[in-house]
Design a binder for this molecule. Sequence first.
Ligand SMILES: *[C@@H]1O[C@H](CO)[C@@H](O)[C@H](O)[C@H]1NC(C)=O
Ligand SMILES: *[C@@H]1O[C@H](CO)[C@@H](O)[C@H](O)[C@H]1NC(C)=O
Ligand SMILES: *[C@@H]1O[C@H](CO)[C@@H](O)[C@H](O)[C@H]1NC(C)=O
Ligand SMILES: *[C@@H]1O[C@H](CO)[C@@H](O)[C@H](O)[C@H]1NC(C)=O
Ligand SMILES: *[C@@H]1O[C@H](CO)[C@@H](O)[C@H](O)[C@H]1NC(C)=O
Ligand SMILES: *[C@@H]1O[C@H](CO)[C@@H](O)[C@H](O)[C@H]1NC(C)=O
Ligand SMILES: *[C@@H]1O[C@H](CO)[C@@H](O)[C@H](O)[C@H]1NC(C)=O
Ligand SMILES: *[C@@H]1O[C@H](CO)[C@@H](O)[C@H](O)[C@H]1NC(C)=O
Ligand SMILES: *[C@@H]1O[C@H](CO)[C@@H](O)[C@H](O)[C@H]1NC(C)=O
Ligand SMILES: *[C@@H]1O[C@H](CO)[C@@H](O)[C@H](O)[C@H]1NC(C)=O
Length: 387
Amino acid sequence: MSSFVIAAATSLLLASSVSAQKSLTAPKGADVLTVAVFGDYGWTGWIPAPDHFCLEVLPELQAANITIPNELVNDCDPGDKMYINNATALQTDTANYIGQVCTLKNCSAVVSVGDNFYDSGVDFTTGGILRFEEAWVNMYAQGIFSNLPWYQCLGNHDVVKGQAGVDFETKILPYYDDRWNFGTAGLPYWTYDLTGSNWTATFVVVDSDCFLSSYQKNTSVYYNEYTIGCHKNTSVQVDFLNTTFANSKADWKFLQLHHPYMSSATNQTDLAPLVEIVAAHNGIVLNGHDHCLGHYFNNNTNFILSGAAGYPQAGDCNNGMPLGPYAKFLAANNNTAANGLVTMDISSTSINVEYYVRDMLFINGDLYPVSHDLTPSYKFQITQKST
Ligand SMILES: *[C@@H]1O[C@H](CO)[C@@H](O)[C@H](O)[C@H]1NC(C)=O
Ligand SMILES: *[C@@H]1O[C@H](CO)[C@@H](O)[C@H](O)[C@H]1NC(C)=O
Ligand SMILES: *[C@@H]1O[C@H](CO)[C@@H](O)[C@H](O)[C@H]1NC(C)=O
Ligand SMILES: *[C@@H]1O[C@H](CO)[C@@H](O)[C@H](O)[C@H]1NC(C)=O
Ligand SMILES: *[C@@H]1O[C@H](CO)[C@@H](O)[C@H](O)[C@H]1NC(C)=O
Ligand SMILES: *[C@@H]1O[C@H](CO)[C@@H](O)[C@H](O)[C@H]1NC(C)=O
Ligand SMILES: *[C@@H]1O[C@H](CO)[C@@H](O)[C@H](O)[C@H]1NC(C)=O
Ligand SMILES: *[C@@H]1O[C@H](CO)[C@@H](O)[C@H](O)[C@H]1NC(C)=O
Ligand SMILES: *[C@@H]1O[C@H](CO)[C@@H](O)[C@H](O)[C@H]1NC(C)=O
Ligand SMILES: *[C@@H]1O[C@H](CO)[C@@H](O)[C@H](O)[C@H]1NC(C)=O
């Protein structure tokens, strides 16, 4: 499958007069550069599998020992089927909100923490291309978004289709839209620097799906040839992080990944080898997966959670109740988690981290009231430089 995709990508490239991908990058040389951080957004255009199949046919096929593709199992997820209408509306509303905040803040880039396309990702098919256009190209097209580079990352929903899904996002999409930046190596782990007037920030992106032992169970919808292969090989990504951080003299060093090491729902302790390296360099972790906004501090490390650009889930932030002193901020209550994003103003002396949280006002009430939602609900500053 993967060699087909690569061959197809190559012929696409040769057939076109465009000689190379030219992903946009953030401007260099600013005293202060603002980036937006968010993930877990791509719901629009997802068509769940029909009830008749999920509720009646699927159990019969399973009883007959017929293997069901993971993609189809995932597209029968009962919770996600129930959320889809709301999720589509919330992605659109939140895209507008992010556009407003980013216009005010002069965002120069988006730092994505994955889950770019629910429910089972996209691949190099007409269906994949239509989803890409609907949930991303046209969703984030207006105003400030029109020239904004997105530094991309994979989440679990992006790897359900296995290598074909990974290749589509890492190798094909950078040719499709200049704003989609996945580096030039076509790999799910990569690094980039943001460079200011007198400061540098190094970001290392990894695919955390490869680290989770729960995804290696043959009952997991994430168990496929891609995750089996890269799980055997996590040292490749650990070494990549270690070497990149060791070779970087940057003032600020970030690990950008999908899953949380620190969480209010599930601490993914399989990520410890990565977090040890971040802690040794006084780095910062950016993650999503939990559908809410949060700030955790543990292991001498700030963990910035920004997974609230699609369908927010209060339980992922424990309904706003901290499980311990490591939880510094949680944008959730007993009714809902709030949509929103995190911005980081990066300079030579500090990183100002701001949490923009939407007023969750709907016809049935204000589920998470925020009186001025174009000012940050929470902020903190990082001044300890990376080493
Ligand atoms: C927005 O940020 C860019 C990049 O730092 C900078 O060049 C530009 O002057 C800023 N614009 C405003 C209006 O502050
Ligand atoms: C399905 O597989 C199980 C376990 O391998 C076996 O016990 C069962 O008889 C099989 N059912 C059918 C319908 O073949
Ligand atoms: C969808 O939104 C409506 C209106 O806000 C709400 O009543 C309903 O409970 C929501 N459904 C789900 C599955 O979240
Ligand atoms: C970097 O430049 C800014 C703006 O000129 C200045 O305020 C700051 O002190 C400089 N930082 C260092 C470490 O020299
Ligand atoms: C799944 O794993 C279990 C336990 O490891 C094993 O017993 C079972 O045969 C496996 N099923 C398949 C379809 O590989
Ligand atoms: C492990 O990674 C190396 C280097 O990227 C690659 O050559 C090899 O095929 C990978 N092995 C598996 C099992 O994925
Ligand atoms: C990281 O690299 C250093 C050398 O720069 C080495 O001493 C250390 O063992 C490596 N750590 C990991 C986790 O690979
Ligand atoms: C995650 O780890 C923190 C710090 O060790 C702990 O206090 C918390 O209870 C853990 N969270 C969960 C959901 O287990
Ligand atoms: C983080 O701190 C906890 C104690 O709160 C410890 O159990 C864990 O091993 C530490 N993790 C890393 C990666 O150092
Ligand atoms: C959620 O409800 C419980 C019980 O009514 C209450 O103690 C708690 O403060 C509420 N939490 C939030 C964040 O509103």
